[in-house]
Write a protein that binds this ligand. Structure first.
Ligand SMILES: Nc1ncnc2c1ncn2[C@@H]1O[C@H](COP(=O)(O)OP(=O)(O)OP(=O)(O)O)[C@@H](O)[C@H]1O
Length: 303
């Protein structure tokens, strides 16, 4: 189990994280979300041991994670971190990057393991390509495979699929997160993308104003977002009479006391997102088809 206890941290004078407490069990997938600059990457780096803590402690099982003041080499064998920078060896092949930390004394196992990892990140065709000749998304996939090579006990992922195209993203997410579950590897993912979270995270931790403002199962946070900041992570939403409603909870009907004037329609695949003005504020609703600008609509709210 990972335990983060009373952690506070600042770069120079500005405090970034204050009194952070949480735990992650073995095999659990925790997503960290929050606005840009809320401290997600900093928290991952602290857990990895990249900086010395000012206050608080971090433990993996009963080993205390310590920063550079206490360790000549940053990091621990049981933990891997895939940063936004990847840190790959550019003039070396994909295969050798992935196998970098695998033992040379067992060449057959090393080859099998590398092939299995190439398959997970779907880079079999690039095994002998030098990393410098890969696209950003391909490099990101190499970095993920390399982090998995020695089966860490806990994996820290910072925006792990941000460079990967939409054609591959969903398959890759399933491959990686299912692999982690089958191997009981704990995982902490910092992300802006709800698709990295819904369907994969056991819990979501929300950072805001230096603190944890929520920690709950994705289903619970989605159903009861409590704050506009949380709702905005999932979908377009409205605040009506101090309650939060997603766009799909407002239904256009023939007759209602609730009236709005359409301003814009946006195609979003499954339906259209309708932007309309209601009592001087902009609201968002879903509809099966687009609606002309300035048309008056009536809507009801369904919980
Ligand atoms: N090395 C550093 N030195 C000084 N300040 C830093 C450093 N790294 C980050 N910060 C600051 O700390 C705060 C938190 O940054 P961090 O990168 O952890 O946020 P984040 O939530 O991961 O952001 P994003 O979602 O944009 O990646 C920001 O205000 C940032 O400017």
């Amino acid at each position: 189990m990972l335990q983060v206890k009373k952690l506070s941290f600042s770069y120079a004078k500005d405090i970034v994280l204050k009194d952070i407490n949480f735990t992650v069990n073995s095999g659990e997938n925790l997503a960290i979300i929050g606005k840009s600059g809320s401290g997600k990457s900093t928290l991952l780096k602290l857990i990895f041991g990249e900086y010395d803590l000012e206050q608080g402690q971090i433990f993996w099982k009963n080993i205390e994670i310590l920063g550079p003041k206490h360790n000549l080499v940053i990091g621990y064998d049981f933990m891997k971190y895939v940063s936004q920078e990847f840190d790959l060896m550019p003039y070396t092949s994909v295969k050798n990057n992935i196998g970098k930390h695998l033992s040379r004394f067992y060449p057959e196992e090393k080859e099998q393991r590398t092939q299995a990892l190439l398959k997970i990140v779907e880079l079999e065709d690039f095994a002998t390509t030098k990393v410098k000749n890969l696209s950003g998304g391909q490099k990101q996939r190499v970095a993920i495979a390399r982090a998995l090579a020695n089966e860490p006990e806990i994996l820290l992922l910072d925006e792990p699929f941000s460079h990967i195209d939409n054609f591959k993203k969903q398959t890759l997410r399933r491959n990686v997160f299912n692999y982690l579950k089958t191997k009981n590897i704990s995982c902490i993912v910092a992300t802006h993308d709800k698709n990295d979270v819904l369907g994969f995270a056991d819990e979501i931790l929300v950072l805001n104003s230096k603190k944890i403002i929520a920690k709950d199962k994705p289903q619970e946070l989605y159903k009861n977002p409590r704050l506009p900041l949380i709702a905005s992570f999932f979908e377009e939403f409205n605040v009506i009479k101090n309650k939060i409603y997603y766009a799909h909870q407002l239904k256009i009907v023939e007759h209602s006391d609730l009236k709005a004037t359409v301003k814009q329609s946006y195609f979003n695949g499954n339906s259209w997102l309708i932007e309309a003005e209601h009592n001087g504020t902009i609201i968002y609703l879903n509809n099966n088809e687009s609606i002309n600008q300035e048309e008056v609509i009536y809507f009801k709210i369904s919980d």
